[in-house]
Design a protein around this ligand. Structure first.
Ligand SMILES: N[C@@H](CCC(=O)N[C@@H](CS)C(=O)NCC(=O)O)C(=O)O
Length: 121
């Protein structure tokens, strides 16, 4: 069972790499503005989780440079997610506002929707 899960994970990563989406192009000024905004975001994820791949592909499509944390291997990130978000489930997007207050958004579909709404060209 563990081997099958491992194999499935590798296949997901392989096909993600093979059919990697192309990112949209923005003017340098606009991309800089978007980068400033995405600096306040953090994606907690597992590398081979299909729901996380879905979110990472949406990020790639929109050329969003959002820092990611591996909540599987990085114990500190795991703890941050559990304490901040309240659930050890990925993907989860941490959205930090101007007052340094965090909102923790779970569910891949909701995260993709949020990114599309906020950053769609
Ligand atoms: N419906 C959720 C499913 C997320 C999900 O099931 N994530 C798994 C990893 S693939 C998880 O975090 N499981 C809890 C754990 O591994 O501790 C979504 O679309 O984001």
């Amino acid at each position: 069972m563990k081997f099958i899960r491992w194999l499935l994970g590798r296949l997901i990563l392989f096909f993600d790499w093979l059919f990697s989406p192309r990112g949209i192009e923005r003017s340098p000024e606009l991309q800089k503005e978007v980068d400033t905004q995405t600096a306040a975001l953090m994606l907690y994820q597992y590398p081979a989780c299909p729901f996380c791949v879905k979110v990472r592909r949406a990020m790639k499509r929109q050329s969003l440079h959002i820092e990611t944390r591996d909540a599987l291997r990085d114990l500190h990130a795991r703890q941050e997610l559990l304490e901040g978000g309240g659930e050890l489930k990925v993907p989860c997007l941490r959205i930090r506002d101007a007052q340094e207050k965090d909102r923790w958004l779970y569910e891949s579909a909701d995260i993709v929707h949020y990114l599309e709404q906020r950053f769609a060209a």
